[in-house]
Design a protein around this ligand. Structure first.
Ligand code: PRT
Ligand code: ZN
Length: 286
């Protein structure tokens, strides 16, 4: 009988959608229509266990799940015995110290004698210890950003993404303590068979990740301008060059970063490129 790997995913919340989408892009179907606690994939040896993100590090450390997708912030805070096997590039944020915007910030020593509200007491305690700061940590579960306004704390330590929440609560970010993103974690004692399945999964994730922000570009060019085109498309190891039926003309195919796409297209047109096609790129398998 084939082994099945159990993956813990956030049941609902910010990481749920991206996690499900990543599995789908990796060709793994999950019947999420009737979302039971546990659902098995019909086309990959994987079953999904839906949990609160706070419970995922413990579930993976104890072996209730073999692997899991969770924010690195939760991995750092829970300090469970898990291995970070792959970084996933979504759910990016940072955990930072913030103070009321009218206060003058004098450096880390500012926090001596202050009360700091947070849902991440473990990470914060470690940071203060490393920096010899003597502050009081007020652990609260949610709405950390309102703590200074109601005089529950002098400062906060919380997740920041765009920074909008801080601004609208009259706070300013003064120290970034850790960067976070979603990570794939695994049980340190995972069996070799299950580890092999996890490696297959990571291989598929990597193919999906490589294609992100990339487009497939095709164009036709008169042969005398080929060198100029190739010079414009740097970083591409080997654009494909094909002769066209029309004599003296060639077709060039390459992969290009989306953020430089329009600038390059304008330059290519100036050189004389014609019939430019831009296609979406689904997977890049190396
Ligand atoms: O129910 P469950 O316990 O599973 O979910 P949760 O409510 O604890 O977590 P959830 O879904 O809010 O977040 C899950 C994970 O997403 C976090 O652990 C982070 O790893 C990641 N993440 C990425 C974020 C953010 N960005 C984020 N911006 N988590 C929370 N926020 C919040 C933050 O707490 C603050 O209130 O958004 C606000 C700040 O956002 P900006 O853009 O205004 O700076
Ligand atoms: Zn949570």
């Amino acid at each position: 009988m084939e082994k099945t790997v159990r993956i813990a995913l956030q049941a609902k919340g910010r990481l749920n959608e991206d996690s499900m989408e990543l599995l789908e892009e990796a060709g793994i179907s999950i019947n999420s229509a009737k979302r039971q606690l546990l659902s098995k994939s019909p086309n990959f040896p994987l079953e999904v266990l839906y949990l609160r993100d706070d419970d995922i590090p413990q579930a993976v450390a104890s072996g209730v799940a073999d692997i899991g997708i969770v924010g690195f912030n939760e991995v750092a805070e829970k300090s469970k015995n898990v291995v970070v096997s792959h970084k996933l590039g979504f759910g990016q944020c940072r955990i930072s110290l913030a103070i009321p915007k009218g206060e003058e910030y004098t450096g880390i020593s500012y926090f001596n004698g202050k009360r700091v509200a947070t849902s991440y007491p473990v990470i914060l305690k470690r940071f203060f210890e490393e920096n010899n700061i003597n502050a009081t940590i007020e652990e609260i579960a949610g709405s950390v950003e309102v703590a200074p306004a109601v005089d529950m704390a002098d400062a906060i330590f919380d997740i920041v993404s765009s920074g909008g929440t801080l601004v609208s609560n009259g706070l300013k970010e003064v120290e970034k303590v850790i960067d976070s993103e979603a990570v794939l974690i695994s049980n340190p004692a995972i069996t070799p068979e299950k580890e092999a399945i996890m490696r297959q999964l990571i291989f598929r994730f990597e193919s999906v990740e490589r294609s992100r922000g990339k487009k497939y570009l095709l164009l036709n060019i008169a042969n005398e301008h080929i060198d100029a085109v190739l010079e414009l498309l740097p970083g591409m190891k080997s654009p494909t060059l094909l002769p066209l039926a029309q004599k003296g003309w060639s077709s060039i195919h390459t992969v290009i970063d989306e953020d430089v796409l329009w600038t390059k297209i304008e330059q290519l047109k100036e050189i004389g490129a014609e019939d430019i096609l831009v296609l979406s790129l689904e997977k890049m398998i190396l």
